[in-house]
Design a protein around this ligand. Structure first.
Ligand SMILES: [Zn+2]
Length: 162
């Protein structure tokens, strides 16, 4: 019997002019970039939280504290790789991931395929098991005012129960 488990992730980062914009593991050319303790990759952070939540392994802040100098400016792909390791160490395999990024500008569509390739490689899963969607908020709220970027993800993991 296979027991599936589901998890969700939610995250927001502020956007600031002149910063590099790391999202989905790649650098997206833009006038603004996300800021945070790490490289502020909002999409990777929600995928980490969705996976950790599915395995009931707390959250990203618990494992990689934003107070710790060890994680200052860290490439979030390193955190994602580590999360996948924690999931597998607890006896789970990743089923699929679905995510959505809310961002007013720039359009993410031209970058989505690259992001999927990149994250699938980090997670060691087929590209078809990771979905990334993008939306604007019709100029409403902090996303609409281009003050921030928001992301959500759900992840399914499973263990083989005998
Ligand atoms: Zn974050």
């Amino acid at each position: 019997m296979i027991k599936p488990r589901i998890g969700q992730g939610y995250d927001v980062h502020r956007l600031e002019e002149g910063k590099p914009f790391w999202i989905g593991g790649i650098l997206v050319p833009h006038t603004h970039g996300a800021i945070g303790h790490s490289d502020a990759d909002v999409l990777i952070h929600v995928i980490c939280d969705a996976l950790l939540g599915a395995a009931n392994l707390r959250d990203i802040g618990y494992h990689y504290s934003d107070q710790s100098p060890e994680f200052k400016g860290i490439d979030s792909k390193i955190l994602l790789r580590d999360v996948a390791q924690k999931i597998r160490a607890k006896g789970y395999e990743i089923g699929n991931i679905d995510s959505v990024v809310a961002l007013q500008r720039p359009k993410l569509m031209p970058h989505i395929e690259n992001m999927k390739q990149c994250l699938a490689e980090v997670l060691q899963i087929p590209v078809d098991d990771i979905s990334i969607k993008a939306t604007t908020t019709e100029r409403l709220g902090f996303v609409g005012r281009e003050e921030g970027v928001e992301a959500h993800a759900v992840a399914l993991i499973y263990s083989k129960v005998v």
